[in-house]
Design a protein around this ligand. Structure first.
Ligand code: C6P
Length: 412
């Protein structure tokens, strides 16, 4: 299907609202969270209005409907990322919980004294801190794949670390939330597989924006969040190869994750329920299923093409703004629609505030990536991030607002 961008915008009433004395909203904080189309909001409302009941527990009609809606969302998600088995899809609260689950349930059993966990210099805190906690507890060490000045990983360093023979896990993001760099996932997973090393991919910024096929990526674990792909907050996915999940101990104990409970011991439910303790976030899982339907209707190839075009256009126009430093790869084929920037000596919060006066919503700060901020030798950046509903006209408004910042701070 050839997507029609104006039709898409009609599905998002929030994009037609005004802010700050009648300025049209230009929403460019999609890496933080995306807006939700009517189809997702209506699906959640319909669930609560007509189908609400707990799942997997009762035989009455509503309980069956609720279970069916919840499980059909699992099928949709499995298809969307090409999982070979629906039981490999574990619903969690988001990427953060998924990575913590692996660090606890897999990491505590497989990482020991003297072992090495590897991550990268451009990770989000949620792919650093769980590994710090694990390696500190176990007497293991945490190592980093360094990044070059353009924002690409220096992958030769990984070969050196793997050659030492102590690495148990390599955990890395498929796309940086600050630089937009798209990681060469297969390059890393193929080397790790050869060395017998487990891999986890943080797909939080990738799944919403490009076609992802977990089978061909060759990783063992893959994590992402619903709210960055037009779905609701509070729901996300951990995908893992079935043998990994089978071998892993549970993360949380409680209802639904057990087969039998006796006074001093229990046995576990089948996959994926072994990892879904307690009443799940049913309505939001169902909403995530609607988001998957919506994205599939547009086509992920179209999403990527549109964002690539917007990013190339924005990078070209932003290059002419006086005093602006841009971070990340110059090649739009190797980056997603995330652009971080700074004006010399102007605090990113001041930039974001001036942009807000023009209705432009961008994020400023460390973006939960302080290791990367240290590498870039900055305290913070401003960041504009696009999604499929953004337009070139909005990029023009962004650039106009940036020029205003340059004028205010006399950088011209
Ligand atoms: N990044 C941003 O503004 P959660 O919060 O669990 O849904 O996702 C965490 C996360 C993990 N990995 C990457 C690459 C991410 O970008 C994020 C979330 C947001 O950049 C909020 S800090």
């Amino acid at each position: 299907m050839q997507a029609n961008w104006m039709d898409i915008r009609h599905d998002f009433p929030i994009l037609s609202r005004t802010v700050r004395d009648g300025r049209p909203l230009v929403y460019l904080d999609n890496a933080a969270t995306t807006q939700k189309p009517n189809q997702v909001v209506d699906t959640i409302t319909d669930y609560y209005r007509h189908h609400n009941a707990n799942t997997h527990r009762a035989v009455y009609a509503l309980a069956e409907e609720s279970t069916e809606l919840y499980e059909s969302a699992r099928d949709k998600v499995a298809g969307f990322i090409n999982a070979s088995d629906r039981s490999e899809i574990v619903f969690v609260r988001g990427t953060t919980e998924a990575i913590n689950m692996v660090a606890y349930a897999w990491g505590r059993a497989n990482v020991g004294k003297g072992d090495v966990v590897v991550t990268t210099e451009y990770e989000h805190h949620s792919n650093i801190v769980p590994w710090q906690l694990l390696t500190q507890e176990k007497g293991a060490s945490l190592r980093y794949i360094p990044m070059d000045d353009e924002g690409y990983l220096m992958l030769d360093a990984l070969d050196d670390i793997l050659a030492e023979g102590r690495t148990k896990m390599v955990a890395f993001s498929m796309m940086s939330n600050v630089l937009g760099t798209i990681t060469d996932v297969e390059h890393i997973t193929s080397r790790c597989r050869r060395a017998g090393v487990t891999t986890l991919v943080d797909g939080a910024q990738a799944v919403p924006h490009m076609r992802v096929d977990v089978e061909s990526l060759g990783c063992d674990f893959f994590a992402f969040s619903g709210h960055k792909m037009m779905g609701p907050t509070g729901v996300g996915v951990l995908w893992a190869r079935k043998p990994m999940l089978e071998k892993m101990r549970p993360f949380h104990g409680g209802g639904d994750m057990i087969r039998e409970v006796h006074k001093y011991e229990s046995t576990w439910n089948d996959l994926p329920y072994k990892f879904e303790a307690g009443t799940p976030n049913i309505a939001d899982v169902v909403g995530l299923g609607a988001a998957v339907d919506y994205l599939k209707h547009i086509g992920m190839g179209n999403v990527r093409r549109h964002e690539r075009e917007l990013t190339a256009y924005a990078l070209a126009r932003m290059a002419d703004v006086p005093g602006l430093t841009l971070y990340g790869p110059r090649d739009p084929d190797r980056r997603g629609g995330v652009i971080s920037f700074n004006f010399a000596d102007v605090h990113p919060h001041d930039v974001a505030q001036i942009m807000d006066e023009d209705g432009v919503a961008i994020r400023s700060g460390h973006h939960c990536a302080q290791v990367l901020m240290e590498r870039l030798d900055v305290a913070a950046t401003s960041r504009a991030s696009f999604y499929v509903y953004n337009t070139k006209e909005e990029v023009d408004v962004l650039v106009g607002a940036l020029r205003k910042v340059a004028r205010v701070f006399k950088l011209e």
